[in-house]
Design a protein around this ligand. Structure first.
Ligand code: SF4
Length: 71
């Protein structure tokens, strides 16, 4: 993810079915372990901050670290 492009709008958080992205205060917190790269967050991001290369590519985990767990 390109944090410089993130407007912290929350659109990705709203569509993520696994809550892998959450807006907390003025930051987007990323939980990479929760992501199953469905691509929805990248599709709705209005600034191009998120890139999801393909379904097997995973989510680039370079946001603010959060708790990583599966399930
Ligand atoms: S949709 Fe894009 S701009 Fe909005 S919070 Fe998510 S990464 Fe940031």
């Amino acid at each position: 993810m390109d944090r410089a492009r993130c407007a912290v709008c929350g659109a990705c958080s709203a569509v993520c079915p696994r809550h892998a992205l959450i807006v907390m205060g003025d930051a987007l917190v990323v939980f990479p372990g929760r992501c199953r790269p469905c691509g929805q967050a990248a599709l709705v991001c209005p600034t191009g901050a998120l890139v999801c290369p393909d379904a097997d590519g995973g989510f680039p985990p370079d946001g603010i670290p959060g708790e990583e767990h599966d399930g």
